[in-house]
Design a protein around this ligand. Structure first.
Ligand code: PLP
Length: 427
């Protein structure tokens, strides 16, 4: 599409947007009495207006039933993790039994590594992308140590080539091939939090499996952002958080995927808890863990109903909008942001905001990551004071993520307009 950097063009795109009504389902933070331009859905998604009534229902049932709410609540707490599971599965391209909402992301990373990182003999190493989110680095480092390994030698980080910001798929695949006899696990991000690069999960999975290696993904920045097909791609396991693109509130419940091919394997090591036990025998309080089938077997504790109530409110919106439709709009919205930024750069080369996220649409989600030629922090602060809520990641990256559920093309146009204004007057 040929874009134009004008307000009327942006408004026309909004007019034609079949998903535009979803913006009204969210509370948009305010700046000087007007809607802020919120581009931080990659960090903390906005509050769905419906979430309050979902939580209120649980308050009412707790008030009314006490412990009997486990069975008598409108949405009984005993099977609560089943509600919303189908919608969650759709978002990550999985079967219902292959996903479950539980715990939080880093805790789940550990639990899944307990099962799927089994260093043996010469195969001890974990491959990951360089510049992964710190929590993932710490989790992987300490898992290696837990098994008596040495993080210095047992973690292989794949870095961009000199002078580049993102990874080439061919380089990832070549490294898998090169290290194939020493790898125990490949654990990559789906979308890298810093560069916004969306990795080729299918190719990485295929290459890993061809080398006899287990492959898992941290989808913190992918879930609800891009369309993944975890089941069809034969991914072994994955996990994600729900407070970024999935709009389920700070510290919200995480989610996991375990491919069904693993669900009959009761020999996998795991750190179990009662909620992962077969539901028929869970309350018999007998000795001997007997896992239920599917990802639910990895549950440790009973479901955090209040966090999951918010999660369900958000999942219903996703289900109504459709993840494929959202992705289609997202591609256009982000392309429009790229266009307005390029226009700014062309007119203001001295303050170029270099886009380090891939230009190829299939290699990115919503997010564009920018490195300023100069005054990066100042530009970021000026944007904030003008109601453009982006974020800053040390040492020098500004991240902007227009989200198709609640951002408009006009929002994106205003980013460019604001940049022009602050460049003219203040930097
Ligand atoms: C946001 C994020 C986390 C945060 O982990 P929590 O356990 O939810 O605090 C971890 N890893 C990645 C890749 C993230 O993007």
């Amino acid at each position: 599409m040929n874009f134009e950097n004008t307000l009327s063009f942006a408004q026309q795109l909004d007019e034609n947007d079949s998903l535009k009504k979803f913006r009204e389902r969210f509370h948009i933070p305010q700046h000087n009495g007007k809607d802020a331009i919120y581009l931080c859905g990659n960090s903390l998604g906005l509050l769905p207006k419906s979430a309050r009534s979902f939580v209120e229902q649980e308050f009412q049932d707790w008030e009314k039933f006490g412990v009997e709410g486990h069975f008598n609540a409108k949405n009984p707490w005993f099977p609560y993790h089943h509600f919303g599971r189908k919608m969650l599965a759709e978002i990550v391209g999985a079967k219902e039994e292959e996903v479950v909402a539980m715990n939080s992301l880093t805790a789940n990373l550990h639990l899944l590594m307990v099962s799927f990182y089994q260093p043996k003999g010469a195969r001890k190493k974990i491959m990951m992308e360089a510049n992964a989110f710190p929590s993932d680095q710490y989790a992987i480092e300490t898992q290696v140590k837990f098994h008596g390994g040495n993080p210095e030698t047992d973690i292989i980080e794949i870095s961009p080539r000199e002078g580049e910001y993102t990874l080439r798929t061919e380089d990832i695949l070549a490294q898998i091939e090169k290290n194939k006899n020493e790898l125990a696990l490949i654990l990559f991000g789906g979308v890298n939090y810093l560069s916004g690069q969306y990795f080729d999960l299918k190719k990485i999975t295929d290459a890993g499996h061809a080398a006899g290696v287990t492959v898992g993904f941290d989808l913190a920045h992918a879930a609800g952002n891009v369309t993944v097909q975890l089941h069809d791609w034969n991914v072994d396991f994955a996990c994600w958080c729900s407070y970024k693109y999935l709009n389920s509130g700070a510290g919200g419940v995480g989610g996991i995927f375990v491919h069904e091919k693993h669900s009959a394997n009761n020999d996998l090591p795991r750190f179990a808890g009662w909620w992962g036990n077969d539901e028929q025998t869970r309350f018999q309080m007998k000795k001997g863990f007997f896992p239920q089938t599917g990802a639910g077997a990895w549950q440790v504790s009973n479901a955090p109903v209040f966090a999951m109530a918010i999660h369900r409110a958000s999942l219903e919106i996703f289900s109504e909008a459709g993840i494929k439709n959202l992705r289609a709009k997202s591609e256009q919205l982000t392309a429009y942001l790229e266009f307005t930024l390029n226009d700014f750069n062309q007119k203001n080369p001295e303050h170029e905001l270099k886009i380090i996220t891939p230009t190829n649409i299939s290699e990115r989600g919503c997010q564009l990551s920018l490195i300023a030629k100069k005054d990066g922090k100042k530009i970021f602060e000026q944007l904030t004071s003008h109601g453009v809520i982006a974020d800053w990641r040390e040492p020098n990256v500004i991240r902007m993520s227009p989200v198709p559920l609640y951002n408009s093309f006009e929002d994106v146009y205003r980013v460019g307009e604001t940049l022009m204004m602050i460049n003219g007057t203040r930097i």
